[in-house]
Write a protein that binds this ligand. Structure first.
Ligand SMILES: *Cc1c(COP(=O)(O)O)cnc(C)c1O
Length: 379
């Protein structure tokens, strides 16, 4: 190959590195192997074998004592099964923020309920208990529950949600899919995703953390054919269990978590440092300082997003509008009611995910900030 005339000309273009919007890093083969060997010995591959049981126990240690963990094939299923386990009136409304990932609304519908999209706060991007309180009088029908969402991993004010639950009797489930780092309380049932793109990834998976023993038992029963203590199906259910392979990756991921978290903090701080002279690029409060997550969603000045996206794309820098124009704008949810959504509409136009990965280096980060300076300078 490569005869006299066949030499490839390596122009700078060829060398130009692409900065992808996301580049997950799960535990490597060497970290998982010891657990796979244990599986070989135990010859247990699913049905709550020793690895998944150990993984759940270690997840529970992150929460207050008495917390029950129920693992499941993904967070969307956990949300659905938790709503089912709560036995809410069929066809009642569940309040969801309009600014969220589509999974939140899908889960509501899959549980035989109806989403009602309510606006979020323009500053913290999350549904507020006071908005729910104020909106209830104008609800499109009977409301049985509310699912606040931890926006990209930021933790909402849980005391406010507990007060709302107490005062209104609504069931409250926190969609903390991206909030593995911050989810440490289980008084309000919290659902966390273990998807590869989340901060603690195992590929596909999710879990419920709750202090309500009975709720945990019912969700568990729904994940395992309706069995509870015997092989008799006592309720209509499904199979949404995780296997021992998932448990192996999960244990390896937890082994790495302390150092991975520090690495996330370091990379996040570099991102923040690179934007010091770009105050118009606004991070979520505490992002990468008080808490870590796997994405870097920032808010740009109104009206600049398209131009910024195009400028970064031209520099081979990927971006992603993780929640696009809002959940309610998806065709799948066109038939469901929406409150007035001015903040969601504004965020949909101004929030973009910059490239982010646990091991992004200084060169990539300075390329991103450099492209942002260029993009925002002419505006
Ligand atoms: C990722 C995500 C989900 C879905 O989690 P899966 O484990 O992929 O089902 C749900 N809600 C939010 C807010 C998410 O970010």
């Amino acid at each position: 190959m490569g005869g006299r005339s066949g030499a490839v000309r390596l122009t700078p273009e060829v060398f130009r590195e692409i900065v992808p919007a996301a580049r997950p890093r799960l535990p490597g083969a060497d970290a998982v192997l010891p657990y796979l060997r244990r599986m070989d010995e135990a010859r247990s591959y699913s049905n709550f074998g020793p690895l998944l049981t150990a993984f759940e126990a270690r997840l529970a240690e992150r929460f207050e004592t008495g917390t029950r963990i129920v693992t499941c094939v993904n967070a969307t299923q956990v949300l659905t099964l938790t709503l089912q386990a709560l036995d809410l009136p069929a066809d009642s409304f569940v309040i969801v923020p309009s600014y969220t990932f589509v999974a939140t609304a899908h889960a509501v519908i899959a549980a035989g309920l109806k989403p009602w999209f309510v606006d979020v706060d323009i500053d913290d991007w999350m549904l507020q208990p006071d908005t729910v309180r104020a909106g209830l009088a104008a609800a499109p029908g009977p409301v049985s529950a509310v699912i606040p969402v931890a926006a990209f991993g930021a933790m909402p004010d849980l005391d406010g949600w507990k007060a709302l639950r107490r005062d209104t009797g609504l069931a409250v489930i926190l969609d903390g899919a991206a909030a593995f780092d911050q989810a440490r309380q289980s008084d309000i049932p919290v659902v966390v995703s273990l998807h590869a793109t989340k901060v603690l990834g195992i590929g596909e998976g999710g879990f419920l953390a709750t202090g309500d023993e009975d709720l945990a038992a019912r969700v568990r029963q729904l994940t395992t054919f309706g069995f509870r203590g015997s092989r008799a199906a006592q309720i209509v259910a499904t199979n949404a269990k995780l296997s021992e392979y998932a448990g192996a990756v999960g244990l390896a991921a937890l082994d790495n978590w302390d150092s991975d978290r520090l690495q996330y903090l370091r990379t996040s701080r570099l991102m923040r440092a690179a934007m010091t002279y770009l105050p118009e690029v606004r991070f979520q409060a505490g992002w990468g300082v008080d808490w870590v997550t796997s994405v870097c969603s920032v808010r740009l000045p109104d009206g600049t997003t398209d131009h910024v996206e195009q400028t970064l794309a031209a520099a081979d820098i990927g971006t992603r509008r993780w929640w696009d124009q809002g959940c309610h704008t998806n065709t799948a949810f066109a038939g469901y009611p929406c409150d007035a959504l001015p903040a969601t509409e504004r965020l949909g136009q101004s929030v973009i995910g910059l490239p982010f990965a646990i091991d992004m280096d200084e060169r990539q980060i300075s390329r991103i900030s450099g492209a942002l300076v260029t993009a925002l300078a002419g505006l």
